[in-house]
Design a protein around this ligand. Structure first.
Ligand code: ARG
Length: 457
């Protein structure tokens, strides 16, 4: 069965038909397509186009088609060009001629836009839960390892001591923004295109507001031309996925570094690490590297769709059929990636001793300068003195905190005694107690806030 064809004298060339078909990927929309059709049948009844008995027949038939898909027994036939054709073809086999009334006032253009929006809205609900899984793993480790200290890095150079929990939580909050972004994207996706016809609107008195409510949309599109060609929701989903993946990639990159022998800060569980076919000693972080690698692929999916969209003339163009594979691929990638990363984080072993051993007094040079500020030295000058102290310690060949008193005194008259008490890591941490700082007290508040956020769903 073809949904079109009567004005053509020959059949479509087989290769052209194969090229034209989208059934291989848009079959994933079967559930949304059938729900959309059932709602449309009810809408047609309310509009006085078909009787409620006819709508009942259509809905019963659609219910059977749905059950076939759900049970895995639905059989596609060669003429099934896309999911809309396949569902209607099967419906006509089951329900007979009444099936021919379903497509009244509707086009595949508003139909596919409706199906796909529904699918993306539901995909977002799933992705949000999986992000929560990674956040929960980060938070559980942050709570379990509270108090563990390690060097914080900038430019990948040792910078200042921080709590490991603080580092873990830095990734938690990025994921929280990703989750919020998806929620907001879902709200924007929740606009019903159905009832826009092919481009100019439907000629039947369909109550679109009611249709929107029946299908779980928050509102209806205000312009039929825009409605059938708007793929912002798909591009937004891909952006959300790409940015989320970028965050996961950064997290993975740090874990890869920290799990190397050179850092030795943590070790992946055997269940989340892989070996080498040649080097028996190797323990490789493949799952983290794939997380990093797939982030690149996801960014490509976004730019690919944007390139498809950018030159389209008004309303529906078949180019838009290319919107679905990248969105499905992005969703599938996230579905695979997020739980694996959550598992790798939940099961990794952290090495507090190695982290502590990587701390050195030089990382408290800022605290040295801050201490001088406390004695009335302007910060710029204090920074200079502390910098000279660092250089002097290197010249003398001792750690900064072991510079002899005479050296301190020649650096600044403010040193009437050696600044030994400045070089206490615990105190240095505790000083960073403003909201968002790494002081244990501030991190504790952060963990409580994160618990609250996770509890909120
Ligand atoms: N398979 C098509 C798609 O995914 C459905 C819409 C077809 N519309 C059309 N006018 N050919 O975009």
């Amino acid at each position: 069965m073809k949904l079109w064809g009567s004005r053509f004298s020959t059949a479509l060339d087989p290769l052209a038909a194969k090229f034209n078909n989208s059934i291989d990927f848009d079959r994933r929309l079967w559930d949304q397509d059938i729900r959309g059709s059932a709602a449309w049948a009810r809408g047609l009844t309310r509009a006085g186009v078909i009787t409620s008995g006819e709508a009942d027949e259509l809905c019963r038939g659609l219910q059977r088609v749905w059950a076939e898909f759900n049970g895995g027994t639905f059989k596609f036939v060669p003429g099934d060009e896309d999911i809309h054709t396949a569902v209607e073809r099967r419906l006509s086999e089951i329900a007979g001629p009444v099936a021919g009334k379903l497509h009244t006032g509707r086009s595949r253009n508003d139909q596919v836009a409706t199906d796909f929006r529904l699918w993306v809205m539901e995909a977002i609900d799933g992705a949000r839960g999986r992000i929560r899984g990674v956040q929960a793993a980060l938070l559980a480790q942050a709570e379990a390892l509270f108090g563990v200290m390690l060097p914080g890095y900038t430019h990948l150079q040792r910078a200042q001591p921080i709590l490991f929990s603080h580092w873990l939580m830095s990734h938690f909050w990025a994921l929280e923004r990703d989750r919020e972004r998806l929620v907001q994207s879902r709200q924007r996706a929740s606009t019903l295109p159905l009832g826009s016809g092919a481009l100019a609107g439907t000629a039947f008195p369909i109550d679109r507001e009611r249709l929107a409510r029946d299908l779980g949309f928050a509102g209806v599109s205000p312009n039929s031309l825009d409605a059938v060609s708007d793929r912002d929701f798909a591009a937004e989903f891909l952006f959300d996925a790409a940015l989320l993946a970028s965050h996961l990639s950064r997290l993975a990159e740090s874990l890869i570094l920290y799990s190397s022998l050179e850092f030795g800060f943590l070790e992946l569980a055997d269940s989340f690490a892989t070996g080498s076919s040649l080097m028996p000693q190797k323990k490789n972080p493949d799952v983290l590297e794939l997380t990093r690698g797939k982030a690149g692929t996801l960014i490509g999916l976004l730019t690919g769709l944007l390139a498809t969209l950018k030159g389209l003339p008004s309303a529906y163009d078949k180019d838009l059929q290319e919107d679905k594979p990248p969105v499905f691929a992005a969703f599938d990638t996230l579905e695979a990636m997020l739980p694996v990363l959550a598992g790798a984080i939940a099961t990794m072993t952290v090495k507090p001793d190695r982290m502590k051993a990587a701390l050195d007094a030089g990382m408290l040079a800022t605290d040295l300068a801050d201490g001088l500020v406390g004695r009335g030295v302007p910060f710029r000058e204090a920074h200079g003195i502390a910098g000279r102290a660092v250089r002097r310690a290197i010249e003398v060949g001792v750690p900064l905190d072991e510079l002899p008193l005479a050296e301190w005194q020649s650096l600044s008259p403010a040193f009437d005694e050696s600044p030994g008490d400045v070089f206490d890591f615990d105190k240095a941490l505790a000083r960073r107690n403003a909201i968002g700082g790494t002081a244990p007290e501030a991190v504790k508040a952060q963990l409580a806030e994160a618990r609250r956020v996770l509890g909120g769903g």
